[in-house]
Write a protein that binds this ligand. Structure first.
Ligand code: AKG
Ligand code: FE2
Length: 219
């Protein structure tokens, strides 16, 4: 957390273009299998471009590194995150709108900055699967469109790096654009994996991901 970015994105000079949620946009559910689903709400965020510009300019981006095959490699994207109470607006307001729909308190925000088409995130299930049987992961896209892939895992495997896909035919490829909301629910983090693949020529994109610690109602 840096002190350069106050909780108000625009330093108090809010205008009619302040980013927020369009309450008239209702997510459409894509049923992946009998336990997993994805909700999509195109243009759920109003003022998405202003939010994108502010977040790119002011968020405290980190370059994370990780060990892979005994080598120290840089993640092909920048990241940052907050607890919901420290997150700059409109993240608190967006989290509240998500809580109203999904019934869990979103208490953590993590952002990914894909600077160009060579940035990506590999196939994975989110770590929230270790603590939740049916976590809700909500992702707001800002900036340029990118592909978002989902693939089912072989029966008995769970989201981690060594998990085997259930077969190519069953995979789903979506496109997410600036202002869109994508929500993964049910067993998506356990039985499925997701990715944002490289896309040559793509413009910069930020994803704002909302996660919850609170297990919420039992499925
Ligand atoms: O950028 C995205 O849409 C996906 C990000 C993601 O999968 C993650 O942060 O775990
Ligand atoms: Fe993820």
């Amino acid at each position: 957390m840096t002190t350069a970015w106050t909780p108000s994105l625009f330093g108090g000079s809010e205008t009619a273009e302040d980013p927020g949620v369009d309450p008239g946009v209702v997510p459409r559910r894509i049923v992946l299998d009998d336990r997993s689903w994805v909700d999509l709400a195109p243009a759920w965020i109003t003022g998405a471009d202003a939010w994108f510009d502010a977040i790119v300019a002011h968020a405290p981006w980190n370059q994370r590194r990780r060990r892979m095959y005994d080598q120290d490699v840089m993640e092909p994207r920048l990241t940052c995150g907050w607890g919901i109470d420290e997150a700059p607006e409109p993240m608190g307001a967006v989290a509240e709108a998500l809580t109203a729909r999904y019934g869990v308190r979103f208490d953590g925000v993590g952002c990914n900055y894909y600077r160009h088409g060579d940035d990506s995130v590999a196939w994975h299930g989110d770590r929230v699967r270790f603590t939740h049987a049916a976590p809700i992961v909500a992702i707001v896209s800002l900036g340029a469109p990118r592909r978002f892939g989902l693939r089912p895992l072989a029966a008995g495997d769970e989201g981690g790096a060594g998990a085997r896909p259930r077969g190519k035919r069953a995979s789903t490829r979506l496109t997410v654009a600036g202002g869109d909301l994508l929500v993964m629910g049910g067993r998506c983090q356990h039985d499925w994996q997701h990715t944002v693949p490289k896309w040559p020529g793509a413009g910069p994109r930020v994803s704002v991901t909302f996660r919850h610690d609170d297990p919420g109602p039992r499925p």
